[in-house]
Design a protein around this ligand. Structure first.
Ligand SMILES: C[S@@+](CC[C@H](N)C(=O)[O-])C[C@H]1O[C@@H](n2cnc3c(N)ncnc32)[C@H](O)[C@@H]1O
Length: 279
């Protein structure tokens, strides 16, 4: 793998996913690309990266997926979920008491731990039993992750990360050494592969957007573009939750931070002109 190949890889990643390859550590890249090298029968990472120049879509997609960081956990950053449960959800339940409709988008869901954590909190309140119509959309660029999330099966180590034992007992069943999430929770989430660089046109207006631990991989221009487009689909009183390491510094325009609730922002900007026309 030479410098030019690495630069080309970084360029493809940035262009196609927004991800900036911060650490160009050869060993890290080789480890991530190893399954792709095996799958496509390359000799080594260097020969794979040379082939990347020809832009075969299956190869490009596999490389992109291999280079994404998919680390996640149930109730990751517990405080965020407490803010959702104790501040965001009660407010929205009051505001939407008449329509009984709630639309939530989890924008980078990895293997599904985040949307299923949200689903568990919604289930605690018994919203569905109370006749609420819940739309919970969960997306990720990585098709393999989305397939895993859809399946809802987790290893012992994965369920040990952040999932209280009582939730494991009530929402999962054991299958050999793995844990399968209940059909009820699985049915609550609509999973779909989606690149945050693409048009948000298919998304409904949302009351809450979780966009956590993904913006930090993007360069400012891409981060702002994603935040901008989220603000366009977020209800005027809607909430945005980002990761604790992701401040909106430099992009205060579209959102106001909630007091004493790190990572929680509200949308205040008037609905943009073009959406008003679109109705
Ligand atoms: C570190 S995980 C965060 C998962 C979860 N939100 C959490 O906080 O635990 C980042 C996820 O962002 C996804 N991702 C990276 N670039 C993306 C893009 N351009 N569009 C959609 N998802 C992207 C990756 O595939 C990965 O699953």
């Amino acid at each position: 793998m030479n410098g030019a190949d690495l630069a080309y890889l970084a360029n493809v990643l940035r262009r196609r996913t927004g991800i900036v390859l911060a650490e160009k550590k050869t060993s890290m890249i080789e480890t991530r690309l190893a399954p792709v090298i095996r799958r496509f029968g390359f000799r080594d990472a260097g020969s794979l990266l040379k082939e990347l120049h020809y832009g075969h879509e299956a190869l490009v997609q596999a490389v992109i997926e291999a280079m994404t960081t998919n680390d996640s956990a149930f109730f990751r950053d517990r405080r965020t979920f407490e803010e959702f449960r104790d501040i965001v959800l009660p407010n929205l339940m009051e505001e939407r008491a008449e329509t009984k409709q709630l639309r939530i988008w989890c924008a980078a869901c990895a293997a599904g731990q985040e949307p299923y954590s949200i689903a568990m909190l919604l289930d605690d309140v018994g919203l569905i039993e109370q006749g609420w119509q819940i739309t919970l959309i969960a997306t990720d660029i990585n098709t393999e992750m989305v397939a895993r999330a859809q399946e809802g099966v987790y290893s012992q180590i994965e369920v040990q990360r952040g999932l209280p034992i009582r939730r494991l007992a009530s929402h999962f069943t054991k299958e050999d050494e793995r844990w399968r999430i209940s059909d009820k929770l699985r049915r609550m989430v609509n999973f779909r592969t989606f690149n945050l660089l693409d048009s948000f046109g298919w998304l409904p207006d949302c009351d809450v957007v979780f966009c956590r631990n993904v913006l930090m991989y993007f360069e400012p221009k891409t981060r702002f573009s994603v935040l901008d487009r989220i603000s366009e689909i977020l209800a005027p009183d809607g909430a945005l939750l980002v990761g604790p390491a992701e401040s909106l510094v430099g992009y205060e325009l579209g959102y106001v931070p909630a007091e004493h609730a790190p990572g929680l922002f509200y949308r205040t900007r008037p609905v943009p002109f073009r959406r008003r026309i679109a109705g």
